[in-house]
Design a protein around this ligand. Structure first.
Ligand SMILES: *Cc1c(COP(=O)(O)O)cnc(C)c1O
Length: 462
């Protein structure tokens, strides 16, 4: 049976299987099962083609910050597309929405972050960052200062450059990555790698991995360090409070540019406008995307500190880099409307003062579940570590990810979307989620954890 005006679920799945190649998917496994067809959404709720409803605790892919179904954004796009659907910003031209958006981004980002180079996505923006920081130093007579230091298990996108910045082993294993002169240090993942060390000490140790890398490679060869304030795709890894101040100190001492990849953390996710505020980071460059448009249209960008942008302008000459859709008018209009709603409805303040403290309390309770080794939360992004042994923070003997996938299956029947990063369940709900919806979400998650726990006992998984 079909709802609304579309073919039946089975027909759509068959056509999808025949013609659509999905990202990050095993095509045969996906097609054997059939893709879930999502047909509409409102607030935090998704509806599929069979009429089932799901509480979307992932905000799409970490991006639908204001929630689904805000007509104002659709209308802003339509208005702009009628007025000026496209024009480039390459050849000494600009247009009203990109002018207004650039000033607005300078207003909402931390002090000193004042100039924006646009992109179509977070991946593209991080590719810009690679070329920008290398040319920044080269144009000041230091062409050998070109290595970028990142972290293992970081996610910075899926293009050749951005996936090289990222530290995902499965991605590096395909297609000849990483590109040259990217170096990866250990991540500040206390739960998984901290052993008996207390989090504070561990945070310092992992930050000092940067100092050791600098000693080995030489500060005169290092252009920049890049990190997500909170690692998202890697499993919502919240660094100990000691980590970022130490990273910042080390970057300053060695004259290394600091790039905060705010693609997930930006636009309210951590309970402040930017993760850099939550962790008191003073970056030279911030990567933005996702929450910039709340996912309604694609757009990303690199926000650059005034002094860095001016030095680049003074020495760099023409930057031989750009994308057809830099500052796309419709995306810019949607971003402006998105930011207007975030500001006027004080969505970030409401997260910080009301919903984040509420979910943090509920999340701490989830930490008591027998299957849970740790439940952590930062603003409105969180993780649940599944474990057979709470005290030891032990991984399962079963192949990594087995229990995470089981848990994700139970999520589907419980009508909640959580993502499994191996055996870590992660959430990042729309920032418009109400306290009542948080209670509903947490109740569903409890049920899912009970069901997963019962299943691994019944099947003897340990
Ligand atoms: C999603 C993501 C990216 C890549 O953004 P795309 O728009 O998918 O290219 C980059 N950095 C982080 C931290 C992300 O989460």
């Amino acid at each position: 049976m079909s709802l609304d005006n579309h073919p039946s679920t089975q027909e759509m799945q068959a056509t999808d299987a025949a013609h659509h190649l999905h990202p990050f998917s095993d095509t045969n496994a996906l097609n054997a099962r059939g893709a879930r067809v999502i047909t509409k959404a409102k607030g935090v709720w998704l509806t599929d083609s069979d009429g089932n409803e799901f509480l979307d605790a992932m905000a799409g892919l970490w991006c639908v910050n204001i929630g689904y179904g805000r007509d104002e954004l659709a209308e802003a796009a339509a208005r702009q597309m009628k007025q000026l659907p496209y024009y480039n910003t390459f050849f000494m031209t600009t247009h009203p929405p990109v002018v207004a958006l650039s000033a607005k981004i300078a207003e909402v980002t931390p002090e000193g972050m004042s100039r924006v180079f646009y992109a179509g996505s977070g991946s593209e923006a991080n590719d810009t960052n690679i070329r920008f920081v290398r040319h920044y130093w080269a144009s000041q007579g230091k062409p050998e200062k070109r290595v970028i230091i990142s972290r293992k298990n970081a996610y910075h996108g899926s293009s050749m450059g951005s996936a090289s910045l990222g530290g995902m082993q499965a991605m590096h294993a395909q297609g000849g990555l990483p590109i040259a002169d990217i170096h990866h240090i250990d991540q500040p993942y206390w739960y998984g790698e901290g052993g008996d060390t207390d989090p504070e000490t561990f945070g310092l140790e992992r930050a000092r991995c940067l100092e050791r890398a600098i000693e080995e490679i030489g500060a005169d060869k290092i252009a920049a360090f890049i990190g997500e304030p909170v690692q998202g795709a890697g499993g919502v890894i919240i660094p100990p409070p000691s980590y970022w101040p130490e990273i910042q100190r080390i970057c300053r001492e060695h004259d290394i540019l600091l790039i905060a990849d705010e693609v997930i953390c930006g636009f309210g996710r951590t309970g402040n406008w930017f993760g850099s505020e939550t962790f008191d980071i003073k970056p030279d460059i911030m990567t933005i995307a996702k929450g910039l448009t709340s996912g309604y249209l694609p757009m990303g960008g690199s926000v650059i500190r005034e002094s860095v942008a001016q030095t680049f302008a003074d020495h760099g000459g023409e930057f031989s880099h750009g994308y057809t859709y830099n500052g796309h008018p419709a995306s810019a209009a949607v971003s402006l409307e998105n930011i207007r709603i975030l500001q006027e409805e004080d969505i970030v303040g409401h997260v910080r003062d009301v919903t984040a403290p509420h979910i943090a309390k509920k999340w701490a309770e989830i930490g008591d579940h027998p299957l849970v080794g740790e439940a952590r939360m930062c603003g409105m992004m969180g993780a649940i570590e599944l474990t057979p042994d709470k005290a030891a923070r032990a991984p399962f003997k079963a192949e990594r990810g087995t229990v995470g996938v089981m848990c994700r299956e139970h999520c589907q029947s419980a009508g909640v979307v959580m993502r499994a990063v191996y055996d870590t369940m992660v959430i990042s709900p729309p920032l418009c989620i109400t306290t009542g919806e948080i209670d509903e979400l947490v109740a569903r998650i409890w049920k899912v954890l009970d069901q997963t726990h019962a299943q691994i006992k019944a099947e003897g998984v340990s």
